[in-house]
Design a protein around this ligand. Structure first.
Ligand code: ADP
Ligand code: MG
Length: 394
């Protein structure tokens, strides 16, 4: 099982990359984690609840302010993600669609900070990340949150985590061009070790909920199926549209305002497909609230059934699972997981399983052999723990 590297180990490559690309030492190194959504899927744009946590895999940025208006960026990842070398941008010429590759994330943050009146100077930045790219653990938000945390400190802008949640949302919506909410960056910026981040997407308030899986003898195992279905974008848009239609027909501002007691009546008002989409969101909100209650009252070992029910709802009502995710979830459970569900937007990506620590090897082996037997590509498996939110490390 892959173990997360220590801060020093993880920051080492980024310091080396900084020095070899730019010479000398950075002003500091900032770290921001990826995230896993424990429960609460497709609830964010319905003004509902979600319960992500920051993980012990993170993006690290080494940054040094420059005396001019140039931004230079380098990543320890070679190839397509890293762009293969130093990217140079003009601070005064940042416009949507002009930043190549991953530079769109730091550039988007600079753009969003500038839009708030923060005077961002030129800087050199080296990025290194232990968050796997494109697995649904939000490697892109980890970059944005690390850059935002570094720049608010280096500029003396004094923006807190609540502000940076909005800055990174603005970067995504206005510069990267992704219509995302606040879930990923709320976890990355506001997470804490041994806790999940209970998020109310209506008023954007957060509360830390005890979720110390390791202390309870549990691991959260991520199964990255490496499947990226081509209909993911269209599927997301059509699910969103169904939720909006449901809210309109039911005469509420958002599906957050519907409870499971209203579902019997809703069934008569909605077409069967829209009804099932609505039922997923309504019951998922209630599962998040129930998970929070159980975590407080009994601890992480008791939430397995809620994870299972969440998966069934996404598979049958929201119809966003796929054979690989279903196989990962079913196999993990059969091999000893207390509960398992797909996580993220769906149509591929990752599943999570809550596994007694002494069963992680057995679950991993069972999933790998089930995938081979089914003729699916081999998935990646990682164990993650709830970790600290974004902060300076050097
Ligand atoms: P996710 O956020 O779920 O991992 P995305 O597609 O939203 O997937 O973001 C992945 C993108 O983030 C990559 O295509 C790349 O542009 C960028 N990225 C993530 N990590 C790195 C890294 N270490 N170096 C360079 N780019 C990275
Ligand atoms: Mg992303």
């Amino acid at each position: 099982m892959t173990r997360p590297p220590s801060v020093q180990d993880a920051a080492g490559p980024v310091l080396n990359a900084f020095t070899s690309a730019f010479g000398g030492a950075p002003d500091g190194v900032w770290r921001a984690p990826g995230r896993v959504n424990l429960i609460g899927e497709h609830t964010d744009y319905n003004e509902g609840f979600a319960l992500p946590f920051a993980i012990d895999l993170a993006a690290y940025v080494a940054v040094r302010v420059r005396p001019d208006r140039t931004i230079r960026l380098v990543s320890t990842h070679g190839g397509a993600e890293g762009g293969g070398g130093v990217v140079e941008l003009d601070l005064d010429g940042l416009t949507r669609g002009t930043s190549p590759g991953w530079s769109v994330y730091p550039a988007g943050v600079v753009w969003a900070l500038a839009a708030r009146g923060v005077e961002v100077p030129g800087f050199d930045l080296a990025l290194g990340s232990t968050v796997p790219v494109g697995s649904g653990l939000s490697s892109s938000h980890a970059i944005e949150c690390a850059v935002a945390t570094a720049l608010t400190e280096l500029t003396g802008a004094g923006l807190g985590a609540e502000d940076l949640v909005l800055v990174t949302q603005q970067a995504e919506n206005g510069f990267v061009g992704a219509p995302t909410g606040i879930l990923d960056q709320s976890a990355s910026l506001r997470g804490a070790p041994g806790h999940a981040v209970f998020l109310d997407c209506r008023d954007q308030s957060v509360e830390l909920i005890p979720f110390d899986a390791p202390a309870a003898g549990l691991a959260v195992l991520v199964v990255d199926t490496k499947v990226a279905h081509s209909h993911a974008d269209g599927g997301y848009a059509s699910r969103r549209a169904a939720c909006e239609l449901g809210a309109e027909v039911l005469g509420v501002e958002a599906l957050r305002d519907v409870s499971s007691a209203d579902l019997a009546e809703a069934r008569g008002l909605l077409d069967p497909v829209t009804f099932r989409r609505v039922r997923h969101v309504v019951t998922e909100d209630e599962r998040v609230l129930e998970t929070v209650r159980i975590l407080r009252a009994e601890g992480p070992r008791a939430i397995g059934g809620l994870l299972d029910a969440s998966h069934a709802s996404m598979r049958d009502d929201f119809e966003i699972s796929c054979p690989e995710l279903d196989l990962a979830v079913d196999t993990a459970r059969a091999a000893g997981a207390l509960g398992a569900r797909m996580t993220g937007g769906g149509f591929g990506g990752s599943a999570i399983a809550l596994v007694p620590t002494d069963r992680t090897g057995a679950v991993r082996d069972a999933v790998l052999s089930a995938f081979s037997r089914a003729g699916f590509a081999q998935p990646d498996l990682f164990s993650v723990s709830p970790a600290d939110g974004a902060r300076r490390v050097i």
